[in-house]
Design a protein around this ligand. Sequence first.
Ligand SMILES: [Fe+2]
Length: 268
Amino acid sequence: MRFFKKHDFGEVCGWEVGCSPVGHPLMTTIFYRAGSVLIDTGPSRMRPEVMGVVPQHSVDAVLLTHYHEDHSGNAAAVKTRFNIPVYGSAQTAEKLSRPYKIFPYQHFIWGATKPLKVDVIPDVLKTKHLSFLSIPTPGHSKDHVAFHVPERGWLFSGDLFLSRRIKYFRADEKILDQIDSLKKILALEFDALFCGHHPQPENGKAQIAAKLQYLEDFYGKVSTHADKGMDEAMIMKTLGLKEQTLVKMICFGNVSMKNMVRSVIRDR
Ligand SMILES: [Fe+2]
């Protein structure tokens, strides 16, 4: 099934995309348009739908929140076909300058990202109607940035938020960096939180505060047990932390609750 749905948020619109051999996709991604800017580009497996959206709007820049293939998958195609510059952090530019390896499940669900030249985003990108402030927010990935539009109270948060209580990390996620990034974001003025998967058009700040509280509690509990010498398995058992078995299986263990626990043990 190819899933493609437009969401209207007033001045901002988002397109939710994803595909799956049977039934509704397990995970969808949303890319947005605000003014003349696209934020992220969806996965390459959804290229025909994404490429159909671009010419319907006057787009003069693409901003990438991070390099993951469900966000950057069509950046090269949009840049080449429509001659539109693509901006991202210096780390995103470096990562996307050459092909990078992905797991079979990532090929299957999203498809690979073709390398491209990403221009390093300035601290403030001014377009005809809006100014986008780029805010480094590492943790989910090293290269992650969020885009803040103070005059409208918008935050395009990529994969910084996802949900108030996340149940798994990728192997390379860093919990303390995420906590610092969430604190940085909380100091900004915004209300609409345009998450790359679960948009929160109102009260976005409260959602960020709830996630920060959840991660700080998680870090506190896991590190207390780790300091007593418990290993990952004992900590999970003691705290009653369960794996999302289906997700872990599909992702060959690259995405798991154990990775969240490991991230605390590594960072403390
Ligand atoms: Fe991501």
